[in-house]
Ligand binder design. Structure first.
Ligand SMILES: Nc1nc2c(ncn2[C@@H]2O[C@H](COP(=O)(O)OP(=O)(O)OP(=O)(O)O)[C@@H](O)[C@H]2O)c(=O)[nH]1
Ligand SMILES: [Mg+2]
Length: 481
């Protein structure tokens, strides 16, 4: 994504971070100085004053409390803190549309005149078509005679049917009829294009709430125009007080406005941006991902990943040692255990896996590796002797029995751990000598294998019950170990 929108904010922040580069430590003083500069940069980017102030307080608190990791420069750490706070500022957001069965799922677009509602309806319809849905648009803007024509033209362009009624001005009626027409003609999503007004007034709000209560849309989106800056945010606030908004769609993201609306709207209204319009073409609608935008604003992807690595608490040397081991196929179960423990410190397995290039898009949403699973893997590895951890191939039937008993897991769990570890090690050996691009490709393969349940450390352990059955002697032995 290349947008001019955040260019100047991005430059300003870059300058601020460069300013503290090379200073030995983060002190309260230099943080405070930096915060003044960041606040000015945000205000210049048209961020709401209260939001800018609160943002800086939070960053400052984080920075002062932050444990300075040895391998990091202060500017790197600050980039990371500001990044995380930016993500927090704009999120969390779930742009998924909660489709209902039986349909149709109803989406309502509301907003001021010219904000981009009608265009966004067509973009949304097009996006839904690509997701194998059968959308229909309803022309519920009866205030402007040309509005129906505009929607019908867009319908022809996208190949999406449009329901319209001419000769009356009853938006509730046409919306209701549109929905039953959709039901009859087997359309599973209805998008309601409503009328806009130059300013928020009682008539507009009254009409919208009537349509909303008559049609109970699954999602009510407010369409706002990024070019109107803080006015857009005020609009969102007013709409949100009258309608149960589910999210905001920010259009004209491709313009070179300063971006304040994007950074402010969530804090002020409590409702996240779910989609952004990034151009006049009908393909130009994207899901809104705060982390991508934050990364874009900071424009320092490499620093971010560096910091993330450091936060996994591997020093550069450790990292290099591991890489070398992987390359030679000498990565052991002990190393694996070390990684597992660091991963647990970092949060859920799912989040970790998502960071691997090529993985994120392929993870089913309900995939979850629970902590218990990690505990069992850990127990199994801890039950092994150093030699077994070094070279799991020597684990035969009797060793397996002993390990399983010691760990309170099934024997077959031990053998699947060993097998999967072996696959993983081979994969790592292959990865080690490769370029980043090749690694990414392999990451994709790895994830596909994982999806088909073949080769990831998926370790189906037994229940805690087994563990309780350990004999006294075994338990004593484990404690000793
Ligand atoms: N560059 C750019 N232009 C956009 C975007 N979204 C909408 N537009 C343009 O904004 C103008 C207004 O869009 P409409 O969709 O007609 O707005 P509307 O909210 O339906 O307007 P009314 O029906 O009059 O209230 C059109 O010229 C669109 O092409 C966007 O994401 N980027
Ligand atoms: Mg319109």
């Amino acid at each position: 994504m290349a947008f001019a929108m955040f260019d100047s904010l991005s430059n300003r922040l870059g300058g601020i971070f460069r300013g503290i580069r090379g200073r030995g430590r983060i002190t309260e003083e230099n943080v405070a100085e930096m915060m003044r500069e960041i606040r000015t940069a945000l205000l210049e980017a048209d961020v709401h004053l209260d939001v800018a102030r609160q943002f800086c307080d939070e960053v400052q608190e984080q920075a002062i409390g932050a444990e300075v990791i040895k391998t990091l420069q202060p500017d790197q750490l600050m980039v990371k803190i500001v990044h995380d706070e930016l993500v927090e500022l704009m999120g969390p957001v779930d742009p998924k549309i909660p489709f209902v069965t039986p349909g149709p799922t109803v989406l309502l677009m509301a907003g001021l005149q010219g904000s981009g509602k009608t265009t966004t309806c067509a973009k949304m319809a097009k996006m839904l078509l690509a997701r194998a849905k059968r959308p229909m648009m309803v022309a519920a803007d009866l205030k402007r005679p040309a509005a129906i024509d505009q929607l019908e033209t867009l319908g022809q362009q996208t190949g999406v049917p449009v329901y319209a009624e001419r000769g009356h001005q009853n938006a509730v009626k046409v919306s209701r009829n549109g929905i039953s027409h959709a039901r009859k003609t087997d359309r599973d999503v209805v998008i309601l294009d409503t009328a806009g007004r130059l300013a928020i007034d009682e008539e507009l709000m009254g009409e919208l709430s009537k349509v909303a209560s008559a049609c109970s849309p699954q999602q009510i989106y407010l369409v706002i125009d990024a070019m109107t800056g803080q006015d857009a945010v005020n609009t969102a606030k007013a709409f949100n007080e009258r309608l149960e908004l589910d999210g905001v769609i920010l259009t004209k993201f491709d313009s070179d406005t300063r971006g304040g609306a994007a950074l402010t709207v969530k804090r002020i209204t409590g409702k996240p941006i779910k989609f952004i319009g990034t151009g006049e073409k009908l393909e130009a609608l994207e899901e809104f991902h705060p982390d991508r935008i934050a990364g874009r604003i900071l424009g320092m992807g490499d620093i971010l990943s560096l910091v993330e690595q450091a936060q996994q608490q591997y020093t550069v040397e450790e990292q290099q040692k591991l890489e070398a081991k992987m390359a030679k196929g000498r990565f052991t179960l002990d190393d694996f255990l070390g990684q597992l423990r660091k991963m647990r410190k970092m949060g859920s397995m799912k989040d970790m896996l998502k960071k691997i290039p090529g993985m994120s898009g392929m993870m089913p949403d309900d995939m979850e590796m629970d902590d218990g699973e990690l505990t069992r893997i850990e127990a199994a590895i801890l039950s092994m002797t150093p030699r077994e951890r070094e070279d799991p191939k020597i684990i035969g039937a009797s060793r397996r029995r002993r390990i399983a008993r010691g760990a309170g897991v099934e024997q077959q769990d031990v053998s699947s751990l060993v097998k999967q570890f072996d696959t993983m090690r081979k994969m790592m050996t292959q990865m080690a000598g490769k370029s980043m691009l090749q690694r990414m490709k392999m990451g994709t393969q790895l994830s596909q294998m994982a999806m088909s349940g073949k080769a990831m450390p998926r370790f189906k352990g037994s229940t805690k019950g087994t563990r309780r059955q350990l004999s006294k002697r075994d338990r004593r032995k484990r404690r000793k170990r």
